[in-house]
Ligand binder design. Structure first.
Ligand SMILES: NC(=O)c1ccc[n+]([C@@H]2O[C@H](COP(=O)([O-])OP(=O)(O)OC[C@H]3O[C@@H](n4cnc5c(N)ncnc54)[C@H](OP(=O)(O)O)[C@@H]3O)[C@@H](O)[C@H]2O)c1
Length: 268
């Protein structure tokens, strides 16, 4: 039985993880982490029956894995708490700065840590095939369009940046600078990768990779219909990570075990 705690349990992703975890007979939900100022608040939107606490250490000491979908400062803080409590960490928080990623890497000296900017299977497979596609279409232009709901804070999305890494892995000999948005006199330079971030409505996540020559356009489009796609991936990662040795794990490691050759050739 996996003892699972959730950080960000009042949020969109945390609630999706909680719903799936509660229905999973292989999981005991030990509780949800909230900020101290929210303790006792009556307006929290939650699946029923989840114990809430701001005492991270106490909760993590009785949990095998923490699934975290919060914001970068909280993720860094929870990584330190996981290391201290001996609890594995699966986190999907995006927009982490280098120093915040360093906190996660520090924690991975003491506990297993897995960070992924996108837990959906479709995006994992897209990342896996992209290097081969851009290698075959070496001089085609590449642009990425991503669309997320109006509340998303970071731009471009962590997934768009992970797709850039997959494209660069397929064209290691080309310098592929990223251009975020275009405005005014802004001609396209060969090799550059354009990213365009749309924000609006309730869109849980849409990514489009355009590969174009003068005469053809190849479009690879991915859309999640619900956050369950991410939540299911995070729970699969938590089950896979529990009981492993301390270290830095990638979603690709899990996929390599499940799908062999299909596993992405680049790290996330
Ligand atoms: N990797 C993936 O597959 C994936 C998929 C979707 C989203 N994400 C990422 O996951 C993160 C959360 O997304 P979301 O849509 O669920 O956001 P959200 O609905 O705004 O929820 C954020 C949660 O984090 C909590 N939180 C924020 N700041 C905190 C702090 N300083 N201390 C403690 N708790 C804090 C919030 O608590 P309050 O209620 O107290 O504010 C809330 O529970 C974002 O970085 C998003 O980009 C990743």
């Amino acid at each position: 039985m996996l003892r699972l705690a959730i950080a960000g349990v009042t949020g969109r992703m945390g609630r999706a993880v909680a719903e799936l975890a509660r229905a999973d007979p292989a999981i005991t939900l030990t509780g949800g982490l909230i900020r101290p100022e929210r303790e006792g608040a009556s307006d929290l939107l939650l699946p029923a029956g989840i114990q809430l606490t701001a005492d991270a250490l106490a909760l993590l000491r009785e949990s095998d894995v923490l699934i975290d979908f919060t914001q970068p400062p909280a993720t860094a803080r929870y990584a330190r708490a996981c290391a201290e409590a001996g609890c594995a960490l699966v986190t999907g928080t995006t927009g982490l700065r280098d120093d915040q990623l360093d906190e996660l890497r520090m924690a991975s000296i003491r506990v297993p840590v897995l960070h992924a900017s996108n837990f959906s299977l479709g995006i994992a497979v897209l990342r896996a095939v992209l290097p081969a596609l851009v290698r075959a279409l070496a001089d085609w232009d590449v642009e990425i369009v991503e669309h997320h709901h109006r509340h998303k804070r970071d731009a471009p999305s962590g997934t768009a940046l992970a797709l850039v890494e997959a494209i660069r892995a397929g064209r290691p000999e080309t310098s592929s600078p990223v251009v975020v948005g275009r405005e005014g006199i802004a001609p396209r330079h060969p090799g550059e990768i354009g990213i365009h971030a749309l924000r609006g409505g309730g869109e849980p996540g849409r990514h489009l990779v355009l590969l174009g020559s003068e005469d053809e356009l190849l479009e690879l489009s991915h859309r999640v219909h619900s956050r369950r796609a991410y939540a299911a991936g995070a729970i699969a990662a938590a089950k896979w990570l529990a009981g492993r040795a301390p270290g830095w794990y990638r979603i690709d490691d899990l996929l390599a075990e499940r799908f062999g050759d299909l596993a992405p050739a680049v790290s996330d």
